[in-house]
Write a protein that binds this ligand. Sequence first.
Ligand code: SF4
Length: 472
Amino acid sequence: MNQFLDDKLHEECGVFGIYGPKLDVATLTYYGLYALQHRGQESAGIAVSDGKLINLHKNMGLVAEVFNEDNLNKLKGYIAIGHVRYSTTGAPSLVNAQPLSFRYLRGMVALAHNGNLTNANDLRYSLGTTGSVFQSTSDTEVMINLIARYGQNPIEEALMKCMIDIKGAYSMLVMTEDKLIGVRDSYGVRPLCLGKLGDSYCLASESCALDTVGATFMRDVEPGEIIVIDANGLKSIKTMAAPHRNLCVFELVYLARPDSVIDGEAVNIARREMGKQLAREKLLDADIVMSVPDSGTAAAVGYAEESGLPYKEGLMKNRYIGRTFIQPSQKMRDIGVRLKLNPIGHVLKDQRVVLVDDSLVRGTTSKKIIQMMRNAGAKEVHLLISSPPIIYPCYYGIDTSARAELIAAQKELEEIKKYIGADTLHYLSLDGMLSATKSARENFCVACFNGDYKIEISKNIEGKYALERGMA
Ligand code: SF4
């Protein structure tokens, strides 16, 4: 989406899987993916196994655009995995849409991956020099080649060997003809949880997808854990004696749906606590508190609760902007933000407003929103951000801009304030953000705020389109 409409970090991908004899697994996966649509809007796919064959349907577009009753009816079987994609490595094209499926020594396998392998280029090079060929440019295909390399081993053992080779952040679903397998990297950067639906099991990126299909949340998959579900029931393989914990804190700040619970953190509560902490750090003399909807809303409500200022809705969001709307021309740029957000004049008139948003990436949208609010009559606009300045890029599955585009990496606070035209600009401190969570601070990745990358970054990592360039 055009950057002046959508100045946010982008979600990575969402995965949903189900092992359900007697269930319509394709349709349940469709509903699971629907609940995870916020994690990726470029492509969607579902693979289903009937015990002998794996069938797959995928295409570019939203879940509702890709699937209909006809193509879902053709996906017959009792195990399914599904994927919604926002590309982090590899261009947004059908060849990179997931799940990917392939045949190897032991039969058929399908794979759906959320995250980013930080040594995909190195692995691709070494696989390429020993004869591997690649059809796509996604790092997921590197994983497929590795599984095939270890094909003399049962799939669980092949995956354990792969986990030694690959570095990075991944929550992954693997399906053979008769098994559903969930894998979470040893740092647990991306979420993955397990649920039960009657006698059947589900795996999902977020618990909101389990709720949607009527499954009961059982637990999060542990960092470094492999969950295997087959006719014998559920088996857990712990690949690390003492796994690290390094959940992406941005899942709590913005990425995950507020009704999800991730690693024991209720996302909505964490966001509200961040808002309360903002009020403790920056209590302002103002008339009303409002949010940039929807992602800033929980933090704005928290700020209002802690400060005693009234919370008001002052910006109306158009919820129906799809990927395919006609992009405004350069001359019509101002229409861009107004397509998405429109100020409510009678709420804003003569008010000193505390405006809460979850993050500030390039600053382009905030600048336009503040101008719009002033035009609508707001007397003062104080922008508070419920996370610290984003200074470093993410290599673990979130599409941050290049460092040159991250406004906080390029400008001082006062310069940013001036650029966006706010009366006040305040970011929540790193300590303040982490104090809003229940877990210990060392359990979170905060690398885009402080540059402390816990998982090794290959020198060969060249960004989202590295694999298109063919080298590796
Ligand atoms: S670098 Fe930032 S966005 Fe990336 S995983 Fe870490 S906290 Fe999340």
